[in-house]
Write a new protein. Structure first.
Length: 458
């Protein structure tokens, strides 16, 4: 009886501790990793590093000098040499460690063994990046960071840089318009495409950037951000009037650049430029980011007159995509589907959109439209996105690289409030003033006089 009582007294706290750990791991994975998972994985890595590297085929034969030294000092067996390991640096989401490759090895050898390393050290995923020739960094992620997205506290920000989502390796996905000027974003209904667009607008709102929107759904997506928009078109007719104005603005900026290039003999080389970023800050016009939501609405036609209007708009969009970067005009094209069946010019426009983000789509053909021409293997990852994970997407560019990302939740009210607070930053662009959207007046409820407190009288 005494042994049973003792067992119950000891087993009760252990069971409670195990249950608490399981609950923390499910609800608060970051806390669990910092308290339990991180130390356990670090101990596994330190104790099994050499044997794991040998099992993964990441060791090489020792040098002759090393063989002679081992035989002269000890009688141990001379074993293969693994890559030299650096200091283990813990993070809030995993571990980071640098490896110096042995002679004859390449980063692809380590990347091919990433899945084996993941199981050997008990982590969620292992990612390999090249730091410099002969040195790679292993980023060990302790848990699924895309299940509950938490953006880093100090992401990489700057002019035309927006940390819009989190990658699966726990690094922020930064939309950098200076590096990737134009992008195509596809996604079915309720896939998270609007949330992605919402983060882009709120990230650009506090910057000295002109935001222009074309929302052919009567403005239901972009109208809440009207306070920060320099122009807004809510149907194809208004878009047909706005696009020529943007093209004219682009041509005027090219004239400004050419005027600056009127090179005199005494002009320093650093004052000669081919885009607006080489202009003096006092002369440089504000960058323009054009958001096109539901781009297919611009291509759909019902009459011959609509076809003529469609051809003009598509031609103007293609011109902006081909020539707009140097003039500081950038495109963010969104839609549910974007392919050759939309009509003439669709594939030509898509070819100018360097960045690609594909949320959950309804068919494989849509994923191929977004990613098939830049990273065919990313198409399968996009088709595997479940409806229960809104905001999850596959991001790639024309370099062939791609990764899974997920956008954190941001309510429409909070996004609209950020735009209202940044309304004073709308740049002065006279050409766009006729298209400036009407800003709705916020009504403040007036209290009922009968409900106000009255002083007590005799």
């Amino acid at each position: 009886m005494t042994d049973l009582t003792t067992l119950l007294e000891v087993g009760g706290p252990i069971a409670a501790l195990g249950g608490g750990a399981a609950y923390t791991r499910a609800k608060y994975p970051a806390v669990y990793w910092s308290a339990v998972g991180g130390p356990i994985s670090t101990a596994r890595l330190l104790s099994s590093y050499s044997s794991v590297m040998e099992a993964c085929g990441l060791t090489v034969a020792p040098s002759r000098l090393r063989v002679l030294a081992v035989k002269a000092t000890t009688r141990r067996e001379v074993r293969p040499v693994p890559p030299r390991r650096g200091i283990i640096r813990p993070t809030s989401t995993g571990l980071r460690i640098r490896l110096r490759l042995a002679p004859g090895q390449e980063p692809a050898d380590v990347a091919a063994s990433a899945e084996r390393l993941r199981h050997a050290w008990g982590v969620h995923a292992v990612y390999v990046t090249t730091v410099k020739p002969g040195v790679v960094e292993l980023r060990l992620v302790g848990y699924d960071v895309l299940r509950r997205v938490r953006m880093p506290r100090k992401p990489d920000t700057g002019l035309l840089k927006v940390p819009v989502a989190l990658r699966e390796d726990a690094t922020p996905f930064v939309r950098d318009y200076r590096t990737v000027p134009h992008q195509l974003t596809l996604g079915a209904t309720l896939s998270g495409k609007s949330m992605y667009l919402r983060h882009l607008i709120t990230g650009l709102a506090p910057q000295a950037v002109a935001l222009v929107g074309i929302d052919c759904k009567r403005g239901v997506e972009l109208a809440p951000f009207a306070a920060r928009l320099s122009a807004l078109a809510t149907d194809p007719d208004e878009a047909a009037e706005l696009l020529p104005v943007l093209v004219k603005e682009m041509e005027d900026r090219y004239d400004l650049i050419k005027a600056r290039q009127g090179i005199a003999p005494d002009t320093p080389d650093e004052e000669i430029t081919s885009d607006i970023w080489g202009l003096p800050e006092s002369e440089r016009p504000a960058p323009i980011v054009l958001f096109v939501d539901e781009v297919a609405e611009l291509f759909l036609t019902a009459t011959r007159k609509d076809e003529e209007r469609r051809d003009e708009m598509v031609t103007q969009l293609i011109r902006l995509a081909q020539l707009g970067r140097a003039a500081g005009i950038y495109l963010e094209v969104c839609g549910q589907r974007f392919g050759a069946e939309l009509g003439k010019g669709a594939t030509m426009l898509r070819a100018q959109l360097t960045g690609r983000v594909c949320h959950r789509v309804n068919d494989e053909a849509s994923a191929k439209m977004a990613l098939g021409d830049i990273a065919p293997e990313a198409v399968f990852a996009a088709c595997a996105i479940a409806p229960e994970l809104p905001g999850l997407a596959v991001a790639g560019d024309t370099s062939g690289g791609w990764s899974r990302i997920r956008t954190p939740y941001l309510s429409l009210g909070d996004a609209a409030e950020i735009c209202r607070e940044s309304a004073h930053l709308v740049p002065d662009l006279p050409a766009l003033k006729p298209f400036r959207p009407d800003i709705p007046v916020r009504l403040v409820a007036t209290p009922d006089p009968a409900a106000l407190p009255h002083p007590v009288t005799d």
